[in-house]
Design a protein around this ligand. Structure first.
Ligand code: FAD
Length: 396
């Protein structure tokens, strides 16, 4: 049920998931499918904001299968196959993107609106309580380890949830984890600034995505559903500010200086006057000393979009996190305070993120054309990386 009318409310629930993006929805579905726990999803938005990030590998279908969701049920055109990729990375010659991040070959572009809303609708059908437009004002852990959350809704005012377990699925901000004293390790300051284009009638539609690096960062372009094409430039926040890439003049100028990607949107109209921007930094955030709590998706580990790992990780961390929660809250668990499954979950995240960091470095270090440019210098080898990589290689 969607709850948009808060009575003089104190909700009792087993698990509260804060954030109803892909990871939050997936955790709710996994918990509902595999336990009798009562689930509440708290989402601060009204679901109308434009979501970005759409390139996924076909391993996503395994997760949908695990969750008992038919891909077709998410709507016609939710997934469009990508028939290849061209990367101008490391040289001006076209190449396939070096698949350092995945061994999967088939990839898809998602319609994020259909996808995200379809997951939420399914969670509601299966019994989740969803509270949209609801802000979390305070999270207090009570002496018995359970949680009191103070929430606020624009029409209904403040109300309270009492929950046995809470999950942070708030995305890159990881606001719940930080609020309870968790720490983040942010490895860069990447930001994406992009524009959507409406493809003109008769425009050649190429169902492949393209990547092109340049002195200040890299471009990504891909066909999306509904005859839309997205072009995004990725660079560090200070470089974006210096070159005014969040304004149309700066962004358009840099696009016009590209060699390849500008041709993908020849004569196409932009759908909004100004570029949008989104943080895209890599980060791990953890509060692994707090009981009855875990983080999933971007709130736990946020990846560089070059890896296309975000949505797959949102699903894998949500499914594994849900298993750990079920183990922790199992009435047969003789010591409910023992959180072995949660500890193991957090250890697995740390090791995944360490591996990802090395893969990301290897990928960026294939581009050697602008050794003096700050964007690439910040991603160049230093001696400790070399030692770490050598150690890594000697172990494989
Ligand atoms: C520019 C860009 C391009 C990307 N491209 C790709 C790609 O091609 N492929 C890929 O796999 N991944 C990509 N990603 C990453 C992908 O979008 C994310 O990994 C994925 O959305 C993470 O899902 P999530 O549910 O963890 O977080 P989110 O999708 O960020 O969802 C978080 C939800 O929590 C809500 N929320 C936030 N704070 C609160 C709060 N305090 N209380 C309640 N609700 C809250 C938000 O409104 C939102 O609905 C990209 C990311 C960016 C920024």
């Amino acid at each position: 049920m969607y709850v948009d009318k808060m009575m003089s409310l104190k909700i009792e629930t087993d698990v509260t998931i804060l954030g109803a993006g892909p990871s939050g929805a997936c955790a709710a579905l996994s918990l509902l499918n595999n336990s009798t726990l009562n689930i509440t999803l708290v989402e601060q938005s009204d679901f109308s904001q434009q979501r970005v990030g759409e390139h996924v590998s076909d391993s996503l279908f395994n997760f949908l299968d695990f969750l008992n969701i038919e891909p077709e049920s998410l709507g016609e055109g939710c997934f469009i196959p990508t028939y290849g990729s061209t990367a101008y990375w490391g040289s001006n010659r076209p190449g396939f993107r070096n698949s350092v991040f995945t061994t999967q070959e088939s990839t898809y572009q998602l319609n994020r609106e259909l996808f995200d809303l379809g997951l939420i609708e399914t969670a509601v059908e299966r019994g989740a309580r969803v509270l949209p437009r609801t802000h979390c004002l305070a999270t207090n852990q009570l002496p018995d380890g359970t949680w009191q959350l103070i929430l606020s809704h624009p029409h209904q005012g403040e109300f309270e949830i009492h929950s046995r377990f809470i999950v942070d699925a708030t995305g890159r901000k990881a606001s719940i984890t930080r609020g309870i004293g968790g720490l983040s390790d942010k490895t860069d300051d990447l930001m994406g600034v992009g524009r959507f284009f409406q493809l003109a009638k008769g425009h050649k539609k190429t169902q492949e995505y393209i990547i092109e690096s340049c002195e200040h960062g890299w471009w990504y372009g891909a066909l999306l559903p509904n005859h839309t094409y997205v072009v995004t430039f990725y660079s560090d926040v200070d470089i974006i500010a210096k070159l005014r890439l969040n304004q149309q003049e700066g962004w358009n100028k840099l696009l016009s200086e590209s060699k390849h990607i500008k041709h993908c949107v020849n004569n196409c109209k932009v759908t909004a006057p100004h570029p949008w921007s989104r943080p895209a930094f890599s980060q791990i955030t953890m509060a692994d000393n707090v009981n009855n709590f875990l983080a999933i998706g971007d709130a736990a580990c946020a990846f560089d979009p070059i890896s296309s790992m975000g949505i797959g990780f949102a699903f894998s961390s949500a499914c594994h996190g849900a298993n750990a929660i079920i183990a922790q809250l199992n009435p047969n668990n003789s010591d409910p305070k023992s959180n072995q499954a949660i500890k193991q979950y957090n250890l697995d995240l740390k090791s995944q993120f360490d591996n990802y960091r090395l893969l990301k470095q290897k990928f960026y270090q294939q581009e050697l054309r602008w050794p003096q440019a700050p964007f690439w210098q910040r991603r160049a080898f230093n001696s400790s990386d070399v030692e770490e990589l050598a150690l890594d290689n000697s172990m494989t």
